[in-house]
Design a protein around this ligand. Structure first.
Ligand code: SF4
Length: 236
């Protein structure tokens, strides 16, 4: 469900002035989750009506609405919310874990999403570290295939966590998995820094220090060397 609104973000939809909408509720349990409070449904801090009123007032100033979570696609009213946002002329960027492919497919087929940033937490065999449900990896697989065939633009992204991503081969195997799911080269893969913070779900399992930039560069080289990704992006 809707949780809150950040009125201005320069980073949530790169290249666009965006308002960011947070939803609560997520079925995954990533140890490095920095929005751990949003894994469970929370009482909304704002209403859909208030958000739409805000967006109406910012028409012509803001360009984009970035929707993040939690897992936004668990919210049953997402389609109607996106339709309202679209009717106001906004671009829509979605962050997702890939856990709800049916809803992702419907929204993409309706043309309601301009850009999707989807997490690939790790190689397929290690998804049990992030998701209690053993079917999650299959749903992620299907979402990757949907992005490749239906999304106007998308990226796959991995937060590189010091204590969880110890071997380059894990990320390389994740890239091969995505390539097989997509049936084509991946448009863009973003490697993101992990930073410990008080909101992180399990800092002992994730790491007490941020990912060193040289580690990200090393992994970027490994991803590039697969030849399966058109563009590798580092977010430090
Ligand atoms: S990082 Fe994202 S997918 Fe993982 S538990 Fe947190 S909200 Fe869910």
């Amino acid at each position: 469900m809707i949780y809150d609104l950040l009125p201005l973000s320069l980073i949530d939809d790169p290249g666009h002035l965006a308002a960011t909408i947070f939803t609560s509720g997520c079925r995954l349990r990533c140890p490095f989750c920095h929005n751990a409070a949003l894994q469970k449904k929370q009482p909304p801090r704002t209403s859909v009506a208030a958000i739409l009123r805000f967006l109406r007032e910012r028409q012509g100033v803001l360009e984009s609405v970035a929707i993040t979570g939690g897992e936004p696609l668990l919210w049953p009213d997402m389609e109607s919310f996106m339709r309202s946002v679209r009717a106001l002329g906004y671009r829509i960027k979605l962050d997702t874990s890939g856990d709800v492919p049916d809803r992702l497919e419907r929204l993409l087929r309706l043309g309601l999403i301009d850009y999707v940033a989807m997490d690939v937490k790790d190689e397929k065999a290690r998804y049990g570290l992030y998701a209690p449900d053993s079917k999650t990896a299959e749903r992620v697989h299907r979402s990757m295939a949907l992005l490749a065939s239906l999304a106007p633009a998308y990226e796959l992204r991995t937060t590189v966590v010091p204590n969880l991503h110890l071997q380059d081969e894990q990320i390389v195997r994740a890239v091969y998995w995505a390539y097989r799911a997509a049936g084509a080269s991946i448009d863009r893969w973003a490697l993101q820094v992990y930073r410990p913070s008080p909101g992180v779900m399990d800092v002992d399992r994730s790491g007490h220090a941020a990912t060193p930039p040289p580690r990200l560069r090393e992994l970027a080289r490994a991803v590039e060397e697969t030849g399966l990704v058109k563009e590798v992006v580092l977010r430090v």
